[in-house]
Design a protein around this ligand. Structure first.
Ligand SMILES: Nc1ncnc2c1ncn2[C@@H]1O[C@H](COP(=O)(O)OP(=O)(O)OP(=O)(O)O)[C@@H](O)[C@H]1O
Length: 586
């Protein structure tokens, strides 16, 4: 928990220190009030006291109360400021950290949990800092100070206060023993609820089309009920605490007056007034002691949840990405767009089985290499090793003669134009999506964007949109069709002017004609750029310079379309299932 506060900045510590001064001032002023009250009691009971003296003491009391309010406002102001800026910084740090994660870390934490950690968990800490400064610091100061004030003022009263404090401690301990574990569980349950909500929202169309609303609702209800049940349990336990506290507080006041009555009754006439005055003062201080315990209870409510949140945030911040940058910015001199796999094997983190086994091939500058195989044969996995979404478990992946691990991330990505299997568009315009990111060159001018869209066969539909290249794209590209999305994703890679294209089944949403026209345009306009293409259709890849056939992660064939038809049984099976006799013969 305390570890998270290392992210406090020095100006926040300074503000916290200033707040501390005001907290001490406030406690001092609060504890001064009973002294003036004692004076007023004494003056009222003393015959011949001047009214002006009573007014004077009353005036001081008023000033103390006002001072206390002003101090509380100042502390509240600083606490809110510190908490808000601390939360803002933590959010930025988490965002940057998650950005640096490889797929392994993202999968390990899960996207929903990372979202909860960046939002809900940080809010818990923000609340703790806001309240904590006022409560956690104030409560012990007030308790110790108030106890010091009443010490020696009456043995019987001190015993009564001690008994009340003991009852409170026992009660807090009992409740906390049951409640703290539940608080700890609450964040995990919030994660779970987010996960179910997210799954439902992203898959809403499938949920509707399969009449699965009630199934999803059941899942949601279960997660919701678990969270609600836990929240209710903690709230009920807490709600029992407050009345008991008030009862103890009232009981203590009653006990003090009761004891006081006996003491006054048995005292000499001269001492009666002193005892009465002491009794009034004592009961005020005793109330302050109990109040400080109440504040501590509030802290006990906030602390467990916030400490779980702090742990969860620290977990993310302390995780080092498994994929770290190298230092090189250039490949070997004279090499451009060359890719080589040397005996590459790969298994996913925590998986037992190898998904790729001993894959070797090389592609020269400007060549096209294609990968084909049944579903799950490892094509996407293979191609994902080039932009280092994962690192090869064994063997080497080289670009321009240099292991991809040795490149600076930025330099490596500047060489690559990657089009994923599932096209991703961001909220913005057509242009901002096509000219997305940086590639170490000048920002793409409008003509370059238009040319890229033209190569990706998107001109017609983009120009038909109301604002053309400035037409709005919704989050996730929900306002364009699957094929249009894919074309814009391809245009984004083209606009980047890369040395190597990586198309991970990126033509699947295009009709055959567009697929062919697009590939011809790519070949013509981007000659000299190496292409790595994963495809399911033979038609998409039959012109490639090399085709690699994968089966259960092993390379079972390598060559041109014609060669493979002769030498590779699996390739021939795929080809005969997709092409007509004439196409096969041609
Ligand atoms: N993140 C992951 N963690 C563990 N295993 C995975 C992961 N992603 C894929 N796999 C497994 O790796 C194997 C290869 O998957 P991959 O996506 O590379 O196949 P593919 O040939 O591209 O399939 P498709 O043509 O269906 O896209 C599959 O058996 C799959 O279950």
């Amino acid at each position: 928990m305390l570890k998270i506060f290392k992210y406090f900045r020095s100006n926040e510590w300074i503000q916290a220190a200033v707040s501390l001064v005001f907290i001490v001032t406030q406690v001092w002023l609060d504890l001064k009030l009973p002294d003036y009250m004692a004076d007023i009691t004494r003056l009222v009971q003393t015959p011949g006291s001047a009214m002006s003296d009573i007014w004077e003491q009353g005036g001081y009391m008023l000033l103390c109360a006002l001072g206390s309010v002003v101090s509380a406002v100042i502390v509240g102001f600083f606490a809110a400021r510190i908490a808000a800026s601390f939360a803002q910084r933590l959010r930025s740090m988490l965002f940057a950290k998650v950005d640096s994660f490889s797929m392994e870390e993202i999968n390990r934490f899960s996207t929903s949990s990372l979202i909860t950690r960046s939002t809900n968990d940080i809010t818990q800490l923000q609340i703790l800092v806001t309240m904590g400064l006022q409560l956690i610091v104030k409560a012990p100061i007030m308790a110790v100070w108030a106890i010091m004030k009443i010490a020696g003022k009456g043995f019987e009263w001190s015993m009564a206060t001690g008994a009340a404090v003991l009852i409170l401690i026992v009660m807090i301990a009992c409740i906390m023993a049951f409640v703290i574990p539940k608080f700890k569980k609450m964040q995990t349950l919030t994660d779970n609820l987010n996960q179910v909500t997210r799954e439902n929202l992203t898959g809403l169309r499938v949920v509707r089309a399969y009449n699965a609303e009630s199934y999803q609702e059941e899942k949601f209800e279960q997660a919701n009920e678990e969270l609600t049940g836990t929240q209710l349990f903690t709230s009920r336990s807490m709600s029992a605490m407050m009345p008991v506290m008030s009862m103890v507080m009232s009981g203590l006041s009653l006990a003090i007056y009761w004891i006081g009555a006996y003491l006054i009754d048995g005292a000499q006439a001269l001492d009666k007034l002193t005892i009465f005055s002491n009794m009034v003062v004592f009961s005020s201080y005793a109330v302050q002691v109990i109040m400080s315990f109440m504040m501590l209870v509030m802290m006990f409510i906030l602390m467990p949840r916030a400490s779980v949140s702090a742990k969860r945030i620290n977990e993310v911040l302390d995780t080092e990405p498994t994929i770290t940058d190298g230092s090189l910015t250039e490949g070997q001199p004279g090499l451009v767009g060359e890719v080589e796999f040397k005996h590459v094997s790969f298994k996913y983190p925590d998986a037992e089985e190898y998904v790729l086994q001993d894959v070797s091939f090389s592609v020269k500058h400007g060549e096209t290499i294609a990968f084909i195989g049944s579903t799950g044969s490892g094509k996407s996995t293979l191609i994902n090793l080039v932009p280092r979404f994962f690192d090869a478990t064994e063997g080497e992946v080289l670009i321009d003669g240099v292991n991809v691990k040795n490149y600076k991330g930025e330099a490596l990505y500047n060489k690559i134009g990657y089009v994923p299997q599932k096209s991703v568009l961001f909220r913005g315009s057509v242009s901002s999506n096509v000219a997305y990111g940086e590639n170490g060159k000048e920002p793409a001018p409008a003509e370059q964007i238009e040319k890229a869209v033209a190569i990706a066969q998107g001109t017609e539909f983009v120009e038909a949109m109301e604002d053309g290249y400035y037409a709005e794209i919704s989050q996730g590209g929900t306002n364009v069709s699957g094929g249009q999305k894919q074309r814009l994703a391809i245009a984004r890679a083209v606009c980047r002017n890369p040395e190597i294209y990586i198309f991970d089944d990126s033509f699947s949403a295009l009709d055959y004609k567009t697929d062919r026209v697009l590939r011809n345009a790519l070949k013509k306009e981007t000659a000299g750029v190496t292409s790595m293409i994963v495809a399911q259709r033979i038609g998409t890849i039959m012109d490639a310079d090399q085709i690699v056939v994968l089966d259960e992660g092993k390379m079972v064939g390598k060559g041109t379309h014609k060669e493979l038809l002769e030498t590779c049984r699996i390739y021939k099976e795929i080809a005969t299932s997709q092409l007509s006799e004439e196409e096969l013969a041609s």
